[in-house]
Design a protein around this ligand. Sequence first.
Ligand SMILES: [Zn+2]
Length: 114
Amino acid sequence: MTEYPQVEGSCLCGAVRFAVSLPSRFCAHCPCPNCRRAHGAAFVTWAGFREERVRLLAGESLLIRYLTERGATRSFWRQCGSTLFYEGPRWAGEIHVVLANLEGPIDREPSAHV
Ligand SMILES: [Zn+2]
């Protein structure tokens, strides 16, 4: 099996820990109203990975999965409020990870707003 560089990440309090394996599929800012509201921010920077490249290391059972009206899932951890993952039908087979929760650089810079 090929070894890909890994980057670890966590929520604010550290209860949820995960690792992503590069390469990513994209990295982009999203200023859509749903992301702004879900994250309490002007925009969210997402890094997209094939789902098998995202691995939970700790706290998987703590994740709250909010199913949106559009059939997407936004995962967060209620204790510290960190928003962590997005999975949507438009991007089947991908998990989008909040770039700010990663502890190191990934293989690309964020592209233009989507
Ligand atoms: Zn968005």
